[in-house]
Design a protein around this ligand. Structure first.
Ligand SMILES: N[C@@H](CCC(=O)N[C@@H](CS)C(=O)NCC(=O)O)C(=O)O
Length: 217
């Protein structure tokens, strides 16, 4: 099996985190020629990462679907799905609220990182909407220390990359997006102590630093 991925992508990081947490032997590589190359589009016409390619050639795109597939395919290997239906629902809810109510508004902030080209009114609007989404997320999260309880779950795979980026956005845009949401703030303080989460946070940090480094002329 292979995962087409990229260390900067929050979605690819989600799938990569599930692979690492489960200890699966899956090759992780960049899309050949980038996400819009003919070779990659032939594989995944959506032109996005992540995409999981099974040994029989079946391609599974979409981070949420990949994480759920890995749980179904390897249910006894360091399970990430909680044990009871309510916690399973909560894990799915955390991931869904993060995608639909937080990232839907926060994603535009990626394009506003450069102060020279920044649209300050658009940024203020996106920060307000993101903050409202984070308030919803704070309600559906469990009491910790992980996203839905005492152990790492599929919900953490979704949340860890977001926690990284909302920390970055807080610094870049000078507005703390996490501090006003108590469960989220406690989670952001705790989660780097988990070794798998720490490895994903480290990969994201290294990839962002590489992206921000001055390019040789
Ligand atoms: N809903 C998708 C989103 C995937 C996505 O947007 N990936 C971005 C990277 S963060 C991508 O591949 N962008 C490349 C492009 O759109 O050209 C998922 O959960 O996997």
């Amino acid at each position: 099996m292979k995962l087409y991925s990229n260390d900067l992508s929050p979605f690819a990081s989600r799938a990569k985190m599930a692979i690492r947490a489960k200890g699966l032997d899956i090759e992780i590589l960049d899309p050949p020629g980038g996400t819009k190359s003919d070779a990659y589009l032939a594989l995944n016409p959506m032109g996005k990462i992540p995409a999981l390619v099974l040994d029989d050639g079946t391609v599974i795109p979409e981070s949420d679907t990949i994480v759920e597939y890995l749980e179904d395919a390897f249910p006894t290997r360091n399970p990430l799905r909680p044990k009871n239906p309510v916690d399973i629902a909560r894990a799915r809810l955390v991931a869904r609220v993060a995608e639909l109510y937080v990232l839907a508004h926060g994603a535009g902030l990626f394009g506003q990182m450069n102060p020279a080209t920044r649209d300050n009114a658009a940024v203020a609007d996106m920060l307000d909407r993101t903050d409202a989404g984070l308030a919803h997320l704070n309600v559906v999260m469990g009491d910790g220390p992980y996203a839905v309880g005492a152990t790492l779950s599929t919900a953490d795979c979704a949340l860890v990359p977001f926690v990284f980026y909302f920390g970055v956005f807080s610094q870049v845009f000078g507005r703390n997006l996490v501090a006003g949401h108590s469960k989220l703030a406690a989670y952001a303080a705790f989660i780097p102590s988990d070794p798998v989460a720490a490895s994903i946070l480290g990969d994201l940090q290294a990839a962002l630093q590489a992206r921000m480094a001055p390019q040789p002329a």
